[in-house]
Design a protein around this ligand. Structure first.
Ligand code: PGA
Length: 259
């Protein structure tokens, strides 16, 4: 049975946490839920009883939206993987296109962050995706394969088994225009294929999520695709009822695949 992951990326936004957590705690079982709030909310969120209870059952986890590529030192504004782990984070989002675009994050930096996260006990969720012009130039599969291969460089098979990937076409993020289910499926399959080419069979188990304007209206079709193991959701995750609705869709899908 596929383990679906529904992840919420709050970016530079924060709903009222107590209210959000209480609504989320009513979401159905059967889906792994990860919330990526801004750094300062991680420890508060990780300590709510609803989250702790769910975390123990491996259902709700809290993650960081970024992680430093350094462990310590004179790096003003940075937060290390070990600090995030100590605050209660279980995951780290790495290489989001907004980090790549606005903060000049290169494939090399992404690779170093992935390694730091793993060394500190965080599961990396690595984002890859093509821009509008790369898509227009027919370069989607080449770009995303190169990004994921670079991000995983030097990892052991054991480390790879702790990684999740998210295909997020840059043109679909925050635009209200998601990739079509078939295009998203083909891209997620390509991400898995690139991992398989380098690391072999472990790629079959590795969660590959789709992100980019996923919402309660398009989630069912996207999540039904064979190589899409969940969603990384930005704006629709800020609305707890809508986010719960997407979790419900995923839970029903997982249950129907099992039967
Ligand atoms: P969106 O963001 O759902 O608002 O498009 C997704 C993301 O950037 O992770």
């Amino acid at each position: 049975m596929r383990q679906l992951i529904i992840a919420g990326n709050w970016k530079l936004n924060a709903p009222e946490i107590k209210d959000y957590v209480s609504k989320l705690s009513a979401a159905p079982d059967g889906v792994r839920i990860v919330i990526f709030p801004p750094f300062t909310y991680i420890s508060e969120m990780a300590r709510y009883p609803e989250v702790i209870e769910r975390q123990n059952k491996m259902k709700i986890e809290v993650g960081a939206q970024d992680v430093s590529e350094r462990d310590s030192g004179a790096y003003t504004g940075e937060v290390s993987a070990a600090m995030l782990r100590a605050a209660g984070a279980g995951y780290a989002l790495i290489g989001h296109s907004e980090r790549r675009r606005y903060h000049g994050e290169t494939d090399g930096a992404v690779q170093r962050k992935v390694k730091r996260a793993l060394d500190a006990g965080l599961r990396p969720m690595i984002c890859v995706g093509e821009t509008e012009s790369e898509r227009a130039g027919g370069e989607t599969l080449r770009v995303i394969s190169a990004q994921i291969t670079a991000a995983l460089d030097g990892l052991s098979p054991e480390e790879i088994s702790l990684v999740a990937a998210a295909y997020e076409p840059v043109w679909a993020i925050g635009t209200g225009v998601s990739a079509s289910p078939i295009d998203a499926q083909n891209a997620c399959r390509a991400v898995r294929g690139a991992i398989g080419a380098r690391f072999g069979a472990v790629s079959a188990e590795l969660p590959v999520l789709y992100g980019g304007s996923m919402n309660s209206a398009n989630a069912a079709e996207l999540l039904a695709q064979l190589d899409i193991d969940g969603g990384l959701i930005g704006s629709a995750s800020l609305d707890a009822p809508q986010f719960c609705e997407i979790i419900k869709i995923a839970a029903e899908l997982a249950a129907s695949e099992e039967s």
